[in-house]
Design a protein around this ligand. Structure first.
Ligand SMILES: [Zn+2]
Length: 675
């Protein structure tokens, strides 16, 4: 998977870590030590145990690393789950499967992976083996060219001397299973992780791979679409590739679960896996602005879409591929780790090479966070997002990010989902659904049955919103006529719009109307041709038992790009007008303090996580500024509120339907336990 056009979570299949455990757990544990919960029959340890995750992506030259020293460094960091290279491109054990090669740097007789596994288990550290099946060596290509990616010019795809396999070829579809079978038979791994799962769209240098025209792809594509693989990847081809990856994932999942029921199957896709991997990473060529909510966004999306899987969001220490050994700022890594935890995922950090880093900032950032987590591990198991607003992630776009940021800054707790399964599974769970663009048609039923929807963008929602004239574009304004539902906009009569809007016929009662592009220069001529139209900028309606607001322009994208406080106030007021019983939280916290509300059902309590993002500015990350006396009001009963980092009970008072307390001080991160 590589970067996406409009915006980017950019999940690059470079590194990634994982989890682990085993029944072998107890083998080296002194008899006096408490028996870990893993002795129980439930194999889903990754759903029940606190996880502190570190991944090292070894180069083949690192095969000489001392396994005991490596594991000692992992233990010293405080990690309890270690993802390390196992096989695929380079095996770190003496594999005997044909077309699978031990590292040429592996000392004679050495089983690096096996030694690490045993040493780690002796220290109660779980081990996940990393595989990359996307490339292998030339002799395999010479023997089985039909297993490999075939460019549209007929040539194989070669990178750093390695040949790219094809997800539909015999290497991925059959031979890989023999490789994995050996690995699973020989090693009591706690999980397997797969990097670069499927055919990537570009190589590590960013050069597009193009569609694969190998015989296997052609045959499958013809069978499904009745025509050849297209010369340029299109929507059908991308769907075909995703389906191909899912098919291979199904067979690998079956193998792992059959051979080692207590091992997790982890990769970057959601289907057939036990956990969803994602990355918070940087790239020097990526368009600005930075996305400081990358980690929370990735985790929220994974857990909101697939709540029964673990979400492992990796804080990638390196700056970009050409600088694998130079790290992003410590404060950036720290912020990513806190965001992971605040949204229900483990802290997870990745370095390339061994634990002996030339740039030590990535691991130095992680260590105190891991120490905190270890001291308070009961906070980080079984968390469930209690937000009552659902933000739909229909794409990874500026429109989505605009709403993500707005909700965060305004302290409106929210859940993110890429699917609509919650409509059937928990129909009453959310007070409001926000579709930042192109509301799915299934939401018609949600509205009919009493749901509330805020839909934005130039695609009409799936219910009547007036007579549609067509999509147009402008650099103009919206004139505010009616502030009944927009009480925050007292200091302006105008909002700006830059871009497309969906023209709808005039409404009986107008809230916003369009002023299209008019003369803007020289100043002497500005607005001398101005026209006030009756084109609406906001439609509100009832439908069935439900209510909706439709903003027929891309307000999320505008806010993401320009952060106009008028757009923020507008969105916030529209949200408030739709919430059936007001805000879940009221607070005077600074907009850069992110507050998440997480239930811990098994412990009968709720956690408020506060992540201080005030250290982020422009392209920089610094230590956050200390915030003082943050007032928080919760729309629920509160008997006790305890700030964990301050080790202090907070006095709770009543204020109508809200319970209030004040957090005296917030540094980088705090958790308030609500009972
Ligand atoms: Zn192919």
């Amino acid at each position: 998977m590589l970067s996406v056009a409009k915006n980017i979570r950019v999940i690059r299949g470079v590194c990634a870590a994982a989890l682990a455990l085993t029944t072998a757990w107890s083998m080296s544990v002194p008899t006096a030590a408490p028996q870990p919960a893993v002795a129980q029959a439930d194999a889903r340890w990754w759903m029940r145990e606190p996880i502190l995750f570190v991944q090292t992506n070894l180069s083949e030259t690192d095969s000489t690393v001392d396994p005991q020293e490596l594991v000692a460094a992992v233990a010293d960091l405080g990690a309890n789950t270690f993802l390390m290279n196992m096989g695929g491109i380079v095996a770190q054990y003496p594999t005997r499967v044909p077309f699978h090669y031990p590292s040429r740097f592996l000392p004679a007789g050495r089983d690096l992976f096996g030694d690490v596994l045993r040493s780690a288990h002796a220290r109660k550290i779980r081990v996940v083996g990393r595989f990359d099946l996307s490339k292998t060596q030339k002799p395999v290509f010479d023997a089985h060219p039909e297993w490999f990616f075939k460019r549209t010019n007929g040539e194989p795809a070669i990178y750093s001397g390695l040949y790219s396999t094809c997800i539909n070829g015999g290497y991925y579809r059959q031979h890989a299973l023999s490789i994995l079978e050996e690995a699973l038979d020989r090693y009591e791994v706690d999980g397997l992780f797969f990097n670069m799962f499927g055919n990537p769209s570009a190589d590590y240098s960013g050069v597009a791979m193009g569609p694969c025209e190998c015989d296997a792809c052609q045959a499958r594509y013809r069978k499904r679409f009745g025509r050849d693989v297209p010369r340029v990847a299109d929507a059908d081809y991308r769907a075909f590739m995703a389906e191909s990856a899912r098919e291979v994932a199904a067979s690998i999942a079956e193998l792992i679960h059959r051979k080692r029921p207590q091992a997790a199957f982890l990769t970057y896709i959601k289907d057939h896996t036990d956990g969803i991997m994602s990355e918070s990473n940087t790239a020097v060529g990526r368009p600005l602005p930075l996305w400081p909510y990358s980690a929370g966004d990735n985790v929220a999306r994974s857990l909101g879409s697939e709540p029964d899987k673990v979400a492992i969001n990796l804080a990638m220490s390196f700056v970009d591929y050409p600088w694998r050994y130079a790290h992003v700022p410590r404060a950036e890594t720290e912020l990513r780790l806190y965001q992971n935890m605040a949204r229900g995922a483990p802290p997870a950090v990745v370095v390339v090479g061994t634990m002996k880093q030339q740039d030590r900032q990535g691991l130095l950032a992680a260590k105190p966070v891991f120490q905190w987590h270890a001291r308070h591990e009961d906070l980080y198991v079984g968390q469930r997002n209690a937000g009552r607003v659902m933000l739909l992630a229909t794409g990874d776009t500026a429109s989505y990010r605009g709403f993500y940021r707005l909700l965060t800054e305004r302290h409106i707790p929210f859940v993110v989902s890429e699917n609509l399964r919650w409509m059937d599974e928990e129909p009453g769970r959310f007070d409001l659904v926000i579709a930042p663009e192109a509301a799915p048609r299934e939401l018609e039923r949600y509205l009919r049955e009493g749901g509330r929807l805020l839909a934005a963008g130039t695609t009409a929602p799936p219910v009547p919103v007036g007579s549609i004239v067509g999509r147009k574009t402008t650099q103009g304004y919206w004139r505010i006529h009616d502030r009944t539902a927009l009480p925050s906009l007292t200091e302006t009569d105008l909002l700006f719009i830059d871009g497309d809007y969906l023209e709808i016929a005039p409404l009986a009662r107008q809230v916003l109307t369009l002023i299209p592009t008019s003369i803007f220069g020289p100043p002497e001529k500005v607005w001398s041709d101005k026209v006030e139209t009756q084109v609406p900028g906001l439609v509100t309606a009832t439908y069935g038992k439900g209510r909706l607001a439709f903003v027929p322009w891309d307000v999320g994208q505008l806010y993401y790009r320009h952060s106009s406080d008028t757009h923020a106030a507008f969105m916030s007021d529209v949200i408030d007008s739709l919430l059936p019983s007001g805000r879940q939280i009221r607070t005077d916290a600074h907009p850069l303090v992110e507050i998440t509300v997480m239930d811990q059902p098994s412990r009968g309590r709720t956690l408020l996580h506060l992540v201080n993002g005030s250290g982020h500015h422009d392209t920089a990350y610094f230590l956050p500024l200390e915030m003082r006396d943050i007032r928080i009001e919760l729309a629920r009963d509160v008997k006790n509120a305890r700030a964990v980092r301050l080790a202090q009970s907070l006095q709770v008072t009543s204020n109508g339907g809200y319970r209030s307390f004040t957090l005296p001080s917030l540094k980088a991160y705090e958790v308030i336990v609500i009972e």
